[in-house]
Design a protein around this ligand. Structure first.
Ligand code: SAM
Length: 291
């Protein structure tokens, strides 16, 4: 049987089952064998691996994973792909779960399918919910070995950005607080059907084992405030954000942390934000909101 990334095979399957793309579900299917293989290579999937995929579509990436891994579980929201997937993935080591990934009881699915084994997440994500999907993994307590995901290039740039670059912001600090991020490769929009408006990129996340024992709510509040006015100094950004803390106390915390008050927030490394949050006065008031 011909592989699923061949454009004419995709068209044949879609026509046979009268499938219509739903743009709002981020349905852009891969049609390039090299990209599919490169994603599986980046994830380092091999025969003993348990793999979780989000959004198999017609099964293009799933097929590559099934041929390399011990078991693949793929979560797909679109029930109209059911008949296609029955035909396109005749592999015994694949289980498709039809559900909205964001509403799914992930712990239950993982326990049922993988037991307590570590597993790898590999996906060409539906781009409209990239961050919520990653947050769901961050918030879970699951035994995740690594997460290798394709997303909009612009978002991948923010995930992997370093201090003092235009892409470095709250999202970069959030994700890099929890994981080591590596940017793997960029993918042109020409490799998808239908062709999306933007280019993509693949990144790999490895969750850190020993997170610093700090008050995370306070830490992220300080990060958010520090990036709130990118042109201001960190002292002015922090003191005008409504944290209800005297400017002199903020200045003192910056000094103790060895951070010049005239620097801008976007120049601080994650380690510096951590030190600052330890030395910072307690913040009272509204709940932390990361957005
Ligand atoms: N993996 C396929 C490929 O690479 O060709 C398809 C990737 S496509 C970018 C994203 C897939 O995610 C679509 O099949 C879409 O229906 C599915 N999807 C969208 N929202 C979802 C959700 N909330 N939960 C699970 N799957 C979802």
């Amino acid at each position: 049987m011909e592989r699923l990334y061949k454009p004419h095979r995709v068209i044949e399957l879609l026509n046979k089952y009268g499938f219509r793309f739903t743009k709002s579900l981020g349905q852009n299917f891969l049609i390039d064998g090299n990209i599919v293989r490169n994603i599986a290579d980046a994830a380092e999937v091999s025969e003993d691996d348990y793999v979780l995929e989000i959004g198999p579509g017609i099964g293009t990436l799933t097929e590559e994973l099934a041929l390399r891994a011990k078991k693949v579980v793929a979560v797909e929201i679109d029930h109209s792909l059911k008949e296609i997937l029955k035909e396109s993935l005749p592999y015994e080591n694949v289980h498709i779960e039809f559900a909205d990934f964001l509403k799914l009881d992930l712990e239950k699915l993982v326990e049922e399918e993988f037991g307590d084994k570590p597993f790898k997440v590999v996906a060409n994500l539906p781009y409209y919910i990239t961050t919520p999907i990653v947050e769901k993994f961050v918030e879970s307590n699951l035994n995740i070995d690594s997460i290798t995901i394709m997303m909009q290039k612009e978002v991948a740039d923010r995930f992997s950005a370093q201090p003092s670059t235009k892409d470095y912001g709250t999202l970069s600090v959030f994700i890099q607080f929890y994981s080591d991020v590596s940017y793997k490769f960029s993918v042109s929009k020409n490799n998808f059907m239908p062709k999306p408006n933007v280019d993509s990129a693949v990144i790999k996340l490895k969750f850190k084992k020993d997170l610093p024992q700090i008050n995370r709510e306070k830490f992220f509040k300080i990060v958010k405030a520090s990036f709130s006015k990118r042109r201001k100094t960190i002292l002015n950004a922090l003191s005008s954000y409504g944290l209800n803390i005297e400017k002199s106390a903020i200045l003192k915390a910056l000094e103790i942390s060895n951070i010049s008050p005239s620097r801008r927030g976007e120049t601080l490394s994650i380690e510096e934000f951590i030190v600052l949050s330890i030395n910072f006065p307690e913040i009272k008031g509204e709940d932390f909101n990361r957005s």
